[in-house]
Design a protein. Sequence first.
Length: 217
Amino acid sequence: MADLLDFSESIKSLYLVRHGETSATKKGIICGNSDIPLNEEGIEQSYTLASWFADMEIDSIFSSPLQRTSFTADDIAKACKIPTYFKHSGLIEKKEGEWEGKTYWQLRDEDPKAWEKWSKDPINFSPPDGESVKDFVARVDRALQDIIHNYDSGNKIILSTHAGVIRSIIMNCLNIPVENFFRIDVPPGSITKIEYSNSFATLKYCGLTLESYSYSL
């Protein structure tokens, strides 16, 4: 299928970077807004990501304020020789409230009624003090529109963020129904690229993981 982007419009290349491994991702723990660091493997993935972007003439970098994403943004900014980057609260992972710090199997055993509600309607259900997937996806779309329209972001933009945010951006850009949220896999330490204009967007690749790049910061 031909690329349907209108090349008379300004096209932005969005590189959506998921942070690397943490102790929580290894154990299947829900971390959401929890500010946990990268583990040793995640730090190595951050260096590898920085190496991959080093010669790409990136215009701007935006990051979730949480340390697992800002660490990655720091590494990439150094590799790209970009003196500063923006921390944007709209790029924070889905707020899971009282579910944070637990696994889904713990939740099933500890609160079977809430688990049943989530299982029946995972898109509209909100954990206590958390947000629903539906509200989260809408929040991420507002953040993306803010970044594109209200910042001098240029045409090659890195967003250092979380799996749920990347899923949300993909669905918003491609008009994918929110019910498909859990059907998109975004591995730790991966890159997703979208070419974006005001009228159209194309997903170039999703969840690219890197194995053989290195960069000395």
